[in-house]
Design a protein around this ligand. Structure first.
Ligand SMILES: Cc1cc2nc3c(=O)[nH]c(=O)nc-3n(C[C@H](O)[C@H](O)[C@H](O)COP(=O)(O)OP(=O)(O)OC[C@H]3O[C@@H](n4cnc5c(N)ncnc54)[C@H](O)[C@@H]3O)c2cc1C
Length: 482
C-alpha cells in the first residue's frame, strides 16, 4: 500500500483526497461499516439524523473549506449537496429574546445593537470580521517538526509574516480583549460570547484565549452551509471514488524500515506512508508503549478537551417546522436546571426529502469525568433526566406540543465511545495554556507519518481539519515541485 489513511471521518476523507490529488494511491481503513465518524448521518425508522456535526463552515470564497475544494477540484462534485445560509443561527436567550446571526457581519452587528443598545459593537464586530478573514483566508505553511529548520522556515515565510501580528491573541485572555471594546458587557451578551467560545474553542471563556473568542464569533461569517442530505451525506459525496475498507479496526501501528506495519484483526498491512485520522490521542494503545511513537504522542493527551457531548435526537411532525425560522439555534439555557452540561444547547433542524417528518439534533457539552464516575444505572438516570429537561426547554421556547414529537432518544459520552471510539469530542481546548503551536502538528517527526484529524493542528470540525489539510497540501505540493 502506498498511503494508508486510518479513520474515515472528516479528517480521513480530506486527508485521503489531498494525497490522492498529489498523485498517491490511497486506501482508507475504517473501523465501522460507514464513513463520517462524529460527522456521520444515520437512518432510523425511515428518517435521517445528523449524529454530531450539523454545520459546514468555511465555504465563502478563500475560506478554508472553499479553498480546499478549489485546490482539489471538488466544487462540481459537491455543489448540489449544500446551501449557504443567510440566517446562520438564531440565539435564543432565557428571557425569550431571539437575536439573529446573519452571514453578513454588518447585519449581525445591527441586530446586536438593537438587542443590546450599548457602545462597542461596531468596533468589536469589525475587529472580529477582519481578524477572522485574515487568519482564515491567508494561505500559510506551518511545520514545527524537523529540528529547528522547519519551524524557522515557517516563521519567515512571506505569507506567514502577515499572520504574525495576530499570534499574541493565542496567549491573550478573552476578558481582556472584550474590555478593549466594551465598558460593561451585559450578562446576557456575555452568555452568548461564552457559548460561542465554548462551541468553537471547547473551553470556558475565563480560560479561553482571545483567538478562541474571536474565531468563535467570526465562525458565523465564514460561509456556513446546510446540507439537505445531512453532513454525512455531504461527506459521502466527497468520498465517492475513494477506496474505503470498512470493518477494519486498526489494532497496532509500528514503524518498519521505510514505512509502517498496520495490524488489523488477523491481518498485517505494510504501507509506505500513513495518515493518522482517528482519535489517536484517546487510543494510544495502537502504539507499543515502549515505542518512540507512543512516547512522542502521549505528551499531548493532557491537552485534549475534558468535555464530551450529550446529544438529544428527535423526530417531529413536519408542520412543526413553521415554528422554526432558521436551521440552527443557539439556546442559552438555565445553568441550574441543566446541571451536568454547559447549559448551551445547539439545536439543528434536518428536513427530510420525503414524508411528513423532520428531525433535530440538540447537542451540549458535558464533563467526561462526570460520566466516568457513574455506574450503569446512574448513567441511565442522568440520561433520562437530561433528555427530559432539554425537550422541556424546546417545547417552551418554540411553542411545540408534546404530541408533535414522534420519537426522542439521546447519546451520552458512552454512546460516542461505543460507536466512534472517543469520549473527548472536540479536539483541544483553545485555552491560554494551550495555544495552537502546542498541539500536534500535521507533520510528525516520523518519516511518512502525517496527521489529519481534530487531534492535530488546527483543531476540531470542518474548519480546523480543512486548515490542517491545507497545511499538508501546500507543503507537500511545494516539495513535490522543488
Ligand atoms: C455533538 C457534536 C457536534 C459537532 N458539531 C459540529 C459542527 O456543526 N460543525 C463542525 O465542523 N464540527 C462539529 N463537531 C466537531 C466535528 O464533528 C469533529 O471535530 C470531526 O467530525 C472530527 O473528525 P475526525 O475525522 O478528526 O474524527 P472522527 O469523526 O472521530 O472520525 C474518526 C474515524 O475513525 C474511525 N476509527 C476510530 N478508531 C479507529 C481504528 N482503531 N481503526 C480504524 N478506524 C478507526 C472512527 O470510526 C471514525 O469514523 C461536532 C462534534 C460533536 C461531537
Amino acid at each position: 500500500m502506498e498511503v494508508a489513511v486510518v479513520g474515515a471521518g472528516i479528517g480521513g476523507i480530506f486527508g485521503a483526497l489531498v494525497f490522492r490529488h498529489l498523485g498517491y494511491e490511497v486506501s482508507l481503513l475504517e473501523a465501522r461499516d460507514k464513513i463520517g465518524g462524529c460527522a456521520e448521518t444515520f437512518q432510523r425508522n425511515g428518517v435521517m439524523y445528523n449524529a454530531g456535526a450539523t454545520t459546514i463552515p468555511g465555504l465563502n470564497p478563500n475560506y478554508p473549506l472553499e479553498r480546499l475544494l478549489t485546490l482539489l477540484n471538488l466544487h462540481d462534485k459537491v455543489k448540489k449537496s449544500y446551501k449557504l445560509l443567510d440566517v446562520v443561527c438564531v440565539v435564543s436567550f432565557e428571557d425569550g429574546k431571539m437575536v439573529r446571526i446573519f452571514a453578513d457581519p454588518e447585519r449581525t452587528c445591527e441586530e446586536f445593537s438593537q438587542a443590546f443598545p450599548i457602545k462597542g459593537h461596531r468596533t468589536f464586530f469589525s475587529f472580529v470580521e477582519r481578524t477572522t478573514r485574515t487568519l482564515l483566508t491567508t494561505p500559510f505553511e506551518f511545520n514545527l517538526n524537523g529540528g529547528i529548520i522547519s519551524p524557522l522556515k515557517s516563521l519567515f515565510k512571506i505569507q506567514n509574516l502577515r499572520l504574525l501580528p495576530y499570534l499574541p491573541l493565542a496567549k491573550k485572555k478573552t476578558l481582556s480583549l472584550l474590555s478593549a471594546f466594551y465598558k460593561n458587557v451585559p450578562k446576557e451578551l456575555l452568555e452568548y460570547f461564552k457559548a460561542q467560545t465554548f462551541i468553537v474553542g471547547q473551553v470556558e471563556l475565563e480560560k479561553a484565549n482571545a483567538l478562541a473568542l474571536t474565531l468563535g464569533i467570526g465562525y458565523n461569517f465564514t460561509g456556513i452551509a446546510y446540507s439537505k442530505i445531512g453532513v454525512g451525506g455531504f461527506l459521502e459525496t466527497l468520498a465517492k471514488g475513494l477506496t474505503v475498507n470498512f470493518n477494519c479496526p486498526v489494532k497496532r501501528i509500528e514503524r518498519l524500515g521505510e514505512g509502517y506495519l498496520i495490524n488489523i484483526i488477523n491481518e498485517k498491512i505494510f504501507s509506505q506512508k500513513i495518515i493518522i485520522s482517528f482519535p489517536f490521542l484517546e487510543n494510544l494503545s495502537v502504539f507499543d508503549s515502549e515505542s518512540y511513537l507512543y512516547r512522542y504522542f502521549s505528551r499531548f493527551t493532557c491537552k485534549l478537551s475534558p468535555y464530551s457531548a450529550f446529544v438529544v435526537y428527535g423526530k417531529i411532525k413536519k408542520k412543526v417546522l413553521a415554528n422554526f425560522t432558521a436551521k440552527h439555534y443557539l439556546i442559552i439555557g438555565d445553568r441550574d436546571s441543566l446541571k451536568g452540561t454547559s447549559s448551551y444547547l445547539h439545536l439543528s433542524i434536518l428536513e427530510q426529502e420525503n414524508g411528513e417528518f423532520a428531525t433535530f439534533t440538540v447537542s451540549t457539552h458535558t464533563p467526561i469525568k462526570l460520566w466516568a464516575n457513574l455506574d450503569e444505572e446512574e448513567v441511565k438516570k442522568l440520561k433520562v433526566e437530561l433528555e427530559r429537561k432539554i425537550i422541556k426547554i424546546i417545547i417552551k421556547r418554540f411553542e411545540i406540543k408534546e404530541s408533535d414529537f414522534v420519537e426522542v432518544f439521546s447519546a451520552t459520552p458512552h454512546t460516542f465511545k461505543r460507536y466512534v471510539h472517543r469520549v473527548s469530542l472536540g479536539g483541544f481546548s483553545a485555552s491560554v495554556d494551550t495555544p495552537f503551536w502546542s498541539i500536534p502538528n500535521n507533520f510528525t517527526p516520523f518519516n511518512g507519518m502525517y496527521l489529519a484529524c481534530d487531534h492535530a493542528f488546527a483543531g476540531q470540525g470542518f474548519m480546523g481539519i480543512a486548515l490542517g489539510c491545507l497545511n499538508l497540501y501546500y507543503s507537500l505540493n511545494r516539495k513535490a515541485k522543488d
